[in-house]
Design a protein around this ligand. Structure first.
Ligand SMILES: C[S@@+](CC[C@H](N)C(=O)[O-])C[C@H]1O[C@@H](n2cnc3c(N)ncnc32)[C@H](O)[C@@H]1O
Length: 266
């Protein structure tokens, strides 16, 4: 997409809610449809702190990107990037380091339709339509390869995406294949929804009508996605508590997202 072309607005399915568009709606964006807004409202009724949680997840992503860029990484592979949300990853990274290259990947054609907001004028970003359930297709995609040199450290972002994979889709194998593709010095930035802090069955029911289901996982299950990497301080924690740069928002203790950043040391 983007440079690949061919994904027109005509292919956007408005009959079912899509995770990217529900997220956009709950964050206050405009790239969503009636069906997504209805699902978003149901989600907010089922989990009243959901908007706070999504904003906290987005703030975690920003802090984590600044952290990995501050650690010297100059390439970011953002899988499950979502609809453009200001500031986008390349905008966050380019503040301290204008030479950072970013490959944005998502499996929803609507992200492609809005790719212009993700393409930097310098050509340092690419936007790719691919599915994380096929990790080799992601890492071997020519547009990913145009942005990312897998011989140099990469920050892999899997932020609020893996909970859309069922256990049958083997997310641990998917992540293992992606980790394997990264050289030493790379980072994994990951967040994931959990039911550890509240009963989230009503929220899961909302996603049962969407294009992807919501698969909550426990802290231990999520920590396994980092296997072989070293979690940096403070480890895997609820997203507001990962290296906060402001007081945590209200109801932070209920926020159902874990987040962590880990480094491949060898
Ligand atoms: C909740 S949004 C997260 C956006 C962004 N990473 C963030 O945290 O702000 C999840 C995104 O993952 C995408 N997604 C879901 N399943 C996917 C898959 N199998 N492959 C690639 N992207 C996927 C959705 O289309 C959506 O854009």
């Amino acid at each position: 997409m983007g440079q690949d072309g061919g994904f027109g607005i005509g292919e956007i399915d408005t009959s079912r809610p899509h995770p990217a568009r529900i997220y956009d709606y709950l964050l206050g964006g405009k790239d969503n449809y009636e069906v997504d807004r209805r699902a978003g409202d149901e989600l907010a009724a089922a989990a009243p702190e959901v908007r706070i949680g999504l904003r906290a997840n987005r703030a975690f992503l920003q802090r984590a990107v600044r952290y990995v860029v501050g650690s010297g990484v100059r390439q970011i592979l953002d899988v499950g990037t979502g609809l453009p949300t200001s500031p986008n990853v390349h905008e966050i990274a380019h503040g301290p380091a204008p030479d950072v290259r970013v490959a944005y990947v998502d499996n929803d054609p609507i992200v492609a339709a809005h790719a212009n907001a993700l393409l930097s004028s310098s050509g340092a970003t690419s936007v790719v339509l691919a599915d994380v359930r096929d990790p080799q297709a992601v890492v071997n995609h020519p547009e990913v390869r145009r942005a990312i040199d897998f011989d140099r450290p990469v920050a892999l972002l899997l932020v609020a995406v893996l909970h859309f994979l069922t256990d049958a889709e083997k997310p641990e194998q998917v992540v293992a294949a992606l980790r394997e593709a990264l050289p030493a010095g790379s980072f994994l930035v990951l967040s994931h929804a959990t039911g550890d802090f509240a009963d989230r069955s009503a929220a899961q029911a909302v996603y049962s009508k969407a294009t992807a289901t919501l698969n909550l996982r426990s802290r231990d299950e999520i920590e396994r996605f980092f296997d072989g990497f070293e979690l940096v301080e403070p480890g895997l924690v609820q997203v507001p508590f990962w290296r906060p740069d402001a007081p945590p928002p209200p109801r932070s203790g209920e926020i159902g997202f874990y987040g962590g950043v880990a480094r491949k040391t060898a």
